[in-house]
Design a binder for this molecule. Structure first.
Ligand SMILES: NC(=O)c1ccc[n+]([C@@H]2O[C@H](COP(=O)([O-])OP(=O)(O)OC[C@H]3O[C@@H](n4cnc5c(N)ncnc54)[C@H](O)[C@@H]3O)[C@@H](O)[C@H]2O)c1
Length: 386
C-alpha cells in the first residue's frame, strides 16, 4: 500500500502530528488505522458529538506528521509498548503507509518555511481534506520571549532558545491549518494568538487533560457543588515513559506542574490552605521506569463538612497514559476541523473539557461548565446544519 492509497473519498480530516513517533503520536496513528478497519473499535471511545463523528465513522481520517527520530513509525510504535501486538499487527500496512517527515532543525524562521512548504505539499496530496495540526512535542523549559512587534521578527530573533512548537504553530497558521496544543509548552504567545485571529484560524490548548487532572476536576467540581470545603489535596504521579523521563528535568516539568496545580483553585474558586501564604495543594511527578506508559496516580483529598468536621478520601488511578490521550487527540482534530468550517478563529475557549490549562476568554472551569460548553458548541453545529 502506498501513501496515495491513504487517500479516501469525500472530505477527510488530515491529522498532522508534530511528534508523530512519540507514545501519544503512534497510539493516535494506530487509532486512525483502526478507524478504517473497524470504526466500531474506535467510535465508542470518542467524545465527539454524533454530528461530527459522521465523517470519522467512514474512516475518513488520514495521519501524517513530523518527528526527529530515525526509526519508522511502526518501529516507534513497537518500542513504546503502549499497545499489544494483537492491537497493531493487523494495521502494519496502513502504519507503514503513513507519511512521517523528518523534523526540520536550524533557526525557527527557516524551520517555519520548510514546514509551510511541506504542509502545502501534504495538502496537495489530499485535495478537499480538512487539515488539523496537533502539537505532541516533548515538554520544554518555559522560554523567555524577547519583545517583538511581529511573529516574523520573533522567529527571526531565535538563537535556539525558543521552542520548536512555535515553528509548527506558525507554519500551521500561515497555511490556514487549525492548531491544537496538547503539550504544556507556552505556544500561545500573543503574536501567535493574533496571527490566528488575523488568518481566521482556530487554535486551542493547553496541555491535554487525560488522567489524574481529569478526575481532579470531576471530584473538585462535585465537592464544590455539594458545598464540602476542600482543605488539602496531595497528588502524586509515577510514570516511566519518555514523557516521564523528560519531566524528571525540573525546568521542563515546571509548566506541567503549574497547570496541574492551578486547576484546583480555578475550579473551587478559593485558596486551598490555612493561610494565603501557604498552599495545602501539592502535586508531584516522579519518573519510575518499571511502569512505562502504565502510569499510576494517588490523590489524598481532605475536606470538611457541617460543623467543620474533617473527612478524607483516597483515589488510586492505574491508567495508561497514551491510551487515555489518543482518543482525545482524534476528538480535538474533529472539533477543530468543524470549527474552522463554522468560521471560528483565534483561541477557542469552549474546549476547556480537554485541557489542564484551558485558554481563551471566559473558558469553562468546573466539570459541569465544561460539559455545558461542549453541548452549546454541538448545538451551534446543529443550527448551522452539520
Ligand atoms: N500522555 C498523556 O496523557 C499526555 C497528557 C497531556 C500532555 N501530554 C503531552 O503530550 C506530548 C507528547 O507526549 P508523548 O508521551 O507522546 O511524548 P514522547 O516523548 O513519547 O513523544 C514526543 C515525540 O516528539 C518528537 N520530537 C522531539 N522534537 C521534535 C521536533 N522538533 N519535531 C518533531 N518531533 C519532535 C520525539 O522524537 C518524540 O517522538 C508531551 O509534551 C506530553 O507532556 C501527554
Amino acid at each position: 500500500m502506498t501513501w496515495e492509497k491513504q487517500r479516501v473519498e469525500g472530505d477527510p480530516i488530515l491529522l498532522l502530528a508534530a511528534g508523530a513517533k512519540g507514545a501519544v503520536g503512534t497510539t493516535v496513528a494506530a487509532l486512525v488505522a483502526t478507524l478504517r478497519h473497524d470504526p466500531q473499535e474506535v467510535l465508542p471511545w470518542l467524545t465527539l458529538p454524533k454530528s461530527l463523528t459522521g465523517i470519522l465513522g467512514k474512516g475518513q481520517v488520514c495521519f501524517a506528521g513530523w518527528d526527529s527520530k530515525e526509526q519508522s513509525l511502526l518501529e516507534a510504535l513497537r518500542s513504546h509498548s503502549v499497545l499489544l501486538e494483537k492491537n497493531w499487527a493487523p494495521l502494519q500496512e496502513e502504519l507503514q503507509d503513513m507519511k512521517v517527515l523528518k523534523a526540520p532543525d536550524g533557526p525557527l524562521l527557516e524551520q517555519t518555511e520548510i514546514l509551510c512548504a511541506q504542509i502545502k505539499e501534504l495538502l496537495s496530496e489530499h485535495p478537499g481534506a480538512s487539515p488539523v495540526m496537533v502539537d505532541l512535542l516533548p515538554a520544554c523549559a518555559g522560554p523567555s520571549f524577547p519583545n517583538c512587534s511581529s511573529l516574523e521578527e520573533l522567529l527571526a530573533l531565535d538563537k535556539g532558545e525558543l521552542p520548536a512548537d512555535l515553528a509548527y504553530a506558525s507554519a500551521a497558521l500561515r497555511c490556514g491549518v487549525p492548531f491544537v496544543n496538547f503539550t504544556s509548552n507556552q505556544v500561545e504567545h500573543p503574536l501567535i494568538v493574533s496571527e490566528a485571529s488575523h488568518r481566521a484560524v482556530p487554535i486551542c490548548g493547553r496541555d491535554g487533560k487525560t488522567g489524574q487532572t481529569f478526575f481532579k476536576v470531576v471530584l473538585a467540581s462535585a465537592l464544590k457543588a455539594r458545598k464540602l470545603k476542600v482543605t488539602g489535596w496531595y497528588s502524586l504521579n509515577i510514570l516511566g515513559n519518555e514523557d516521564g523521563r523528560n519531566l524528571s528535568n525540573p525546568s521542563k516539568a515546571a509548566a506541567k506542574l503549574a497547570n496541574k496545580t492551578e486547576v484546583l483553585e480555578e475550579v473551587l474558586g478559593y485558596h486551598v490552605g490555612e493561610s494565603p501564604h501557604e498552599t495545602s495543594h501539592g502535586v508531584h511527578i516522579a519518573y519510575y521506569p518499571p511502569r512505562g506508559d502504565a502510569k499510576e496516580a494517588w490523590d489524598v483529598v481532605d475536606f470538611s463538612g457541617a460543623f467543620g468536621l474533617p473527612m478524607s478520601l483516597r483515589l488510586n488511578l492505574l491508567a495508561r497514559d497514551s491510551v487515555l490521550a489518543a482518543p482525545l487527540v482524534v476528538d480535538l482534530a474533529g472539533w477543530m476541523a468543524g470549527l474552522k468550517k463554522l468560521g471560528r478563529s483565534g483561541l477557542v475557549a469552549d474546549l476547556g473539557f480537554y485541557f489542564k490549562k484551558p485558554l481563551g476568554e471566559g473558558h469553562p472551569r468546573t466539570f459541569q461548565e465544561q460539559l455545558n460548553a461542549l453541548e452549546l458548541l454541538e448545538r451551534e453545529f446543529t443550527v448551522r446544519g452539520f
